[in-house]
Design a protein around this ligand. Sequence first.
Ligand SMILES: [Zn+2]
Length: 258
Amino acid sequence: MVCAVLVWCLAVTIGIVAWANRAEPSAGAGPQSALPPGSTQPSQPVASSPGDAESVPEPDRSDRPSRDAPDEEDEGPVIPAAGSGTYVRQQQSAEPRTDSGLVITYDVRVEKGLPFDVDEVASTIHQILNDKRSWTGTGEWRFELVGPGEKADLHAYLATPKTTDKLCAPLLTGGEVSCRNGDKVVLNAKRWAFGAEAYGKDVTNYRRYLVNHEFGHALGFGHVDCPGEGKPAPIMMQQTKGLDGCKRNPWPAGNDDD
Ligand SMILES: [Zn+2]
């Protein structure tokens, strides 16, 4: 009897320890944003962690190059599952397109071996961030793409799924999703290429969502839920996971996706 009770106690103890250890790595305390001291914080930041990853649906442990669905076999680029962890950095610079707000400097790197031109990716990111429907539209921030040799507040990476996992660690991205980790904004090339279910084949708007969401973390914002059936999804909702009744919305300061 005593033996049986001891075994039971041990089992309960192990269970409690396992439960306590499963907390997400992003739940720890830390700086609210990756921005330098003195940076303006958003009016209602929710983030309390040094990094933010989307929840991981079903990790793909395959080393094969990925296309997201069988019916996309003849469409879109082939994304290698892993890369060398070396990058091509963008060369051009681009000024903010507005006059007010804190200037956030950033640069862009694309992992070697991916079928994306770094200058095109940098241009896309810059257009998104400087759109009046983006964070720029709040009047609190503006974004400057800085060239080689200049200091950047944030570093955007477009990386293979495996390298994304490394850059995001200890956040769990499972080869599937993207993250913001410290001053790194890590965009998973699989998502950049194929988007997510909520956006169907509209990769253009998924990319807008992805850039605005991950840079939003760097500005200090954390995740929020859908506020109600049929409402526009907040940009800090994890739209990659689904919409929970909300309508997709790729912008923080507007809700039209034309
Ligand atoms: Zn997020």
